[in-house]
Design a protein around this ligand. Structure first.
Ligand code: AMP
Ligand code: ZN
Length: 461
């Protein structure tokens, strides 16, 4: 398996610490609000990576955290605590809010066929472990106390910034902007632990009085606890590279004296009109909103899988329409194979597909290419062999294509779908006369067809 490593900025062969086993940590959700589809792109990436790892025959131990404490408004270390802010707004306790949004998160990820990692770890269940970690850092001289917390001294960690390539401390804009705390030794020093003002609801005892953890310490602590001092893969979104993951590296390496992670993998943003989909920009969509508009979770999963994870993906309803059409065509073709008269296809064709699919998805998760291989396979006359091959591929794609028989409300009758498919093929072959004749046939049966860039959609007149 080949993966792109953000740390070395190149594709590398995956060589695991423990033979035959991959250990992987994924930054999980902050549960003070409902996860949006940008977040879901990140977890579909995590899930696809997990599936490709298993498809390659590895055993997998995956850990994901739930950030249910101490995430601050700015991704640096200042501002209001988001959990606390949500609590004040709704009159609920931060614990109730975290529980509510964690439940919603898993409802959404279940619908999107995102498997749960083997271990899901809540920050609030690991306060003692985190405290121990911070105390060890202070003991080693990496942490120092100020009036409002314990900070990590980045001047003691010369390779700070190596993940983002931003090793000039003065360039750390996020740190430099945080000018409220004159007691910090360097502008980019970040909080390991925060002293709690009286009104801060979530707080615990510590050697420094009532207090709560900084955001970054939970990932260093829980990854080490469950995966060991050195593990294979760490994932997150590209927004985590310059601050959260730099800080995780600083904490873990300072404590251990060696790197903890071998491969850092980051998923690019889902954007809206050229800007990151994010709560603060107010340009988010949630899964229930998409469902209300008539898109299924699998339409969205297909939409994500069709773009490589290291490319930006622009969210548009036009794009969602294209994905929806492509996905229902995929189901129709797979369905035709399920009910095919003939069970067999030339074994060489099947063998070539299996190999091409495995090669594609194992090359830094080239799922778009893997999907392309599946489409090519489905151009062959339908057969059970092809159906079985598609099921093997679906272990990675997780598009539920075995559900090809399930009637959907907007389902198109098989004979109409068949004419439309033949017309689509005719158009692709630039056989305009046949395409027009088939359009007329559809119109006679009461259906109109609209063409789009990579597909078509059908409407009952
Ligand atoms: P958060 O709950 O803000 O920590 O985000 C959860 C995950 O979603 C992180 O891995 C983020 O990097 C990722 N993420 C947030 N916004 C987007 C986006 N627009 N596109 C892709 N990933 C995102
Ligand atoms: Zn994290």
């Amino acid at each position: 398996m080949i993966v792109y490593n953000t740390l070395t900025r190149r594709k590398e062969e995956l060589v695991t610490v423990h033979p035959g086993e991959v250990r992987m940590y994924s930054c999980g959700p902050t549960v003070y609000s409902r996860a949006h589809m940008g977040n879901m792109r990140a977890y579909i990436f995590m899930d696809t990576l997990r599936r490709v790892i298993k498809f390659n025959g590895y055993k997998l131990l995956g850990v994901m955290n739930i950030t249910d404490v101490g995430h601050l408004t700015s991704d640096a270390d200042d501002g209001d605590d988001k959990m606390e802010k949500a609590a004040k707004k709704t009159g609920k306790s931060p614990w109730e809010i975290a529980e509510h949004f964690t439940k919603l998160f898993f409802e959404d990820t279940d619908k999107l066929n995102i498997e749960r990692p083997e271990i899901v770890a809540k920050a609030t269940d690991h306060i003692a472990d985190m405290l121990e970690f911070v105390e060890a850092l202070v003991e080693k001289g990496y942490g120092y106390e100020t009036s409002d917390g314990i900070y990590f001294d980045i001047s003691k960690f010369p390779s700070y910034g190596k993940l983002s390539g931003n090793t000039r401390l003065s360039d750390n804009i996020a740190g430099a902007r945080v000018d409220v705390n004159d007691e910090k030794r360097n502008p980019a020093d970040f909080a390991l632990w925060k002293k709690a003002p009286k009104e801060h609801i979530m707080q615990w005892d510590s050697p420094w009085g009532r207090s709560y953890p900084g955001w970054h310490i939970e990932c260093s602590t829980m990854s080490r606890k469950y995966l060991g001092d050195t593990f294979d893969i760490h994932t997150g979104g590209v927004d985590h590279i310059p601050i959260h993951h730099e800080n995780e590296i600083a904490q873990s390496e300072a404590l251990l004296g060696h790197p903890a992670v071998h491969y850092w993998m980051h998923v690019e943003f889902m954007q809206v009109d050229g800007r990151k989909m994010s709560k603060s920009l107010g340009n988010t969509y949630t899964l229930d909103e998409l469902e209300e508009k008539g898109y299924s979770p699998m339409d969205f999963r297909y939409f994500c899988l069709n773009t490589h994870y290291r490319k930006k993906l622009n969210f548009t309803f036009e794009g969602m329409d294209g994905a929806k059409t492509a996905y229902s065509r995929l189901l129709a073709l797979v369905g035709a194979c399920k009910h095919a008269e003939s069970g067999t296809t030339d074994p060489e064709i099947i063998r070539q597909f299996d190999k091409a699919f495995l090669d594609a998805v194992s090359d830094d998760l080239n799922i778009p290419l893997g999907l392309g291989e599946l489409w090519t396979l489905l151009k062959n006359p339908p057969s059970r062999d092809i159906y079985d091959a598609a099921m093997r591929a679906d272990k990675v794609l997780a598009l539920s294509i075995d559900k090809c028989d399930e009637k959907k409300d907007d389902d198109v009758p098989a004979d109409i779908r068949d004419i439309a498919e033949r017309r689509f093929a005719a158009r692709k072959a630039k056989n305009w006369a046949e395409s027009d004749a088939l359009r007329a046939e559809l119109a006679e049966k009461g259906w109109s067809v609209a063409d789009s860039k990579d597909g078509y959609s059908l409407k009952k007149n």
